[in-house]
Design a protein around this ligand. Structure first.
Ligand code: IPD
Length: 271
């Protein structure tokens, strides 16, 4: 493992253990953000503070962009893009499907110009696993405990290319007008696919595409921190991640699947 990928794994696992092991029994909503449904818990903030500190100690010249407000301009050309709890609503309700997403990208998603991940890790603290990749070296899942004898497993996207036999993951934004448009899209898409899953964490949706346990994922409205680590994990598992009109994935649209399926799914989500 290169140093950057190793750091992504270490940081995602450390923050993942922290949010799992320190979750208060009576966890409430600390704040709402864009809308009343867009919630933040005290643990989102504490996890981001932890990640911020770890990154600054190890990589003082890099930038940091985090969901809960971290915005550090670096001098190295690399930015750490972090989601301290992806799946906050699941976490709030104690549904065991949430993740910590840590990626290193070239460029800075909060500034003009493109950006692309070079290494990333998504920890799944409830399953005690971490999924990770770096450019050119495949995508892998391993146990979060370093002494665990279970071998790392190489990930590969599903080979399903028939839309009608595809299990599709998606997610919803927090604004009512966005949700209304997403519901309209799903009215058209649901009859065309095997079924739809709304897991509640975009990072875990992307990892599921990478390991073939769903065939595709599509969502509009997600942010760089939801996407950055899962993007490279999917690509290194042989998948394709695209945005609107085949461009880079991002807020307008993110679609991930094997090469034959992505071309069929993306137009369905282009509203
Ligand atoms: C959300 C989750 C969800 C997706 C939303 C995201 P958060 O991230 O990834 O699955 O549908 O679009 O905002 O708020 O839990 O970090």
């Amino acid at each position: 493992l290169t140093a950057l990928e190793q750091l992504c794994i270490e940081f995602a696992v450390t923050a993942g253990r922290f949010i799992r092991d320190e979750r208060p029994d009576r966890l409430g909503v600390a704040q709402t953000k864009s809308t009343d449904t867009d919630v933040v818990t005290v643990m989102d903030r504490r996890s981001e503070e932890l990640l911020h500190r770890l990154i600054l100690e190890a990589r003082p010249d890099d930038g940091i962009l985090g969901e809960e407000g971290a915005d550090v301009t670096g001098t190295s050309g690399l930015t750490w893009v972090i989601d301290p709890i992806d799946g906050t609503v699941n976490y709030l309700y104690d549904i065991p499907a949430y993740a910590v997403s840590v990626a290193v990208v070239v460029g800075d998603p909060s500034r003009e110009g493109g950006w692309t991940p070079v290494a990333g890790a998504v920890s799944d603290p409830c399953l005690r696993l971490v999924h990770h990749a770096r450019r050119g070296s495949g995508a892998w899942t391993r146990p979060e405990a370093t002494g665990d004898p279970a071998l790392p497993r190489r990930l590969a996207v599903s080979s399903e290319h028939r839309l009608g036999r595809s299990l599709l993951a998606t997610g919803f934004g927090y604004a009512a007008d966005v949700r209304a448009r997403q519901a309209e899209v799903l009215t058209r898409v649901l009859p065309l696919v095997r079924d739809i899953r709304r897991i509640g964490s975009a990072a875990l949706d992307l990892v599921r595409v990478a390991d073939g346990s769903v065939d595709a994922y599509a969502e509009s409205g997600i942010n760089a921190w939801d996407l950055a680590a899962g993007w490279i994990v999917v690509e290194e598992a042989g998948g394709v991640v695209v945005g609107r009109d085949g461009g880079a994935p991002g807020k307008a649209l993110t679609v991930a699947a094997g090469p034959a399926l992505v071309e069929q799914v993306a137009p369905l989500f282009t509203t």
